[in-house]
Design a protein around this ligand. Structure first.
Ligand SMILES: C[S@@+](CC[C@H](N)C(=O)[O-])C[C@H]1O[C@@H](n2cnc3c(N)ncnc32)[C@H](O)[C@@H]1O
Length: 298
């Protein structure tokens, strides 16, 4: 198990580290209440007609297995998870799918503590920004599951935002072996209708809860991929994320008192508000959640 921990500086290319930690460094136990045993903070693959709560854990594992298959990461020598959360992908790809080593990068120190506590010797978790990550031995496959939403500052002028996304895809390209695959789940935004409540809610997401994070338009994302990768598949899976938000809201409602005791009324209210906003904006087609499968071009 790796123990690298680097200092992460705020620069225009890196959304404020403190803003990320404001969201991710509340108690791991509160996240456990919300996310349940899988500790996945992204969309899930429910089967038709499956109950949101009862099916939640399996839906998360099903998603991971599908991603691992699409990335051809079974039995791989080395895989990377960018924005790896609580390490469930890293743990699963090594324990269940025969990958020899899995490396995760995150900005959250509490997530690193959690991943270290899993005691998986084939997993290395590093507190560092994706932009600082280098690797002597290149990766066979990479994932970025609902994390790229955090990587580009909304305060940048539009052209520089695309350049930041381009820089991200270029960096992943440089970390992968020649025929490596990169699988991501990523939200994009449609031009939102001009409604007062929606605008207030989007402002809350961007200015308070996820300060400075930029969710791009789909064409900006595609433009940024450029010729670095061949697009094998792009599929809108909005409902995978809206359903997950709904399931997490139910989990939180069930154990609200304990969540408040572990954090505060203010934190719990923030989570209730932002999860509801994501759920309804995904349902209303304001946000998309694309699964994108990429194959590295030479
Ligand atoms: C919504 S969570 C998703 C976690 C995980 N992929 C999952 O599906 O459960 C976003 C993750 O991105 C990480 N993150 C945000 N900005 C980052 C950056 N600049 N470099 C690396 N990780 C970052 C956060 O620390 C967090 O682990």
């Amino acid at each position: 198990m790796g123990s690298r921990m680097t200092t992460v500086e705020n620069t225009p290319a890196r959304p404020a580290v403190e803003a990320i930690r404001h969201h991710y460094e509340i108690s791991n136990d509160v996240y456990r209440i919300i996310l349940g045993p899988p500790m996945m903070y992204s969309g899930g693959y429910w089967n038709e007609g499956e109950d949101l709560r009862e099916g939640h854990d399996e839906a998360q594992y099903r998603k991971l297995d599908a991603f691992i298959e699409l990335a051809k990461a079974k039995g791989a020598n080395k895989v990377l998870d960018i924005g790896s959360g609580w390490g469930t992908m890293l743990d699963r790809v090594t324990r269940l799918h025969g990958a020899k080593k899995a490396v995760g990068v995150t900005l959250s120190r509490t997530q690193k503590e959690f991943v270290d506590s899993l005691g998986n010797p084939d997993v290395e978790i590093i507190v560092e920004s994706w932009a600082d990550h280098t690797a002597e031995e290149k990766y066979d496959a990479a994932f970025c599951v609902n994390a790229l939403e955090h990587f580009v500052l909304s305060s940048l002028p539009p052209k520089e935002r695309i350049n930041s996304f381009r820089h991200f895809f270029g960096h992943v390209h440089s970390l992968l072996k020649e025929d490596g695959r990169f699988v991501l789940h990523m939200m994009t935004i449609e031009p939102p209708p001009l409604q007062r409540k929606l605008l207030d809610d989007l402002k809350f997401l961007q200015r308070e809860e996820f300060e400075g994070c930029y969710i791009p338009h789909t064409h900006e994302l595609i433009q940024a991929i450029g010729n670095k990768f061949e697009i094998i598949e792009i599929k809108n899976e909005r409902e995978t994320f809206s359903e997950a938000c709904r399931a997490w809201l139910l989990n939180l409602a069930d154990e609200r008192e304990r969540a408040v005791a572990l954090s505060s009324e203010e934190v719990v209210q923030r989570f209730e508000r932002y999860l509801d906003i994501f759920a309804y904006t995904l349902e209303d087609k304001v946000f998309n959640n694309f699964r994108i499968v990429l194959q590295r071009n030479p």
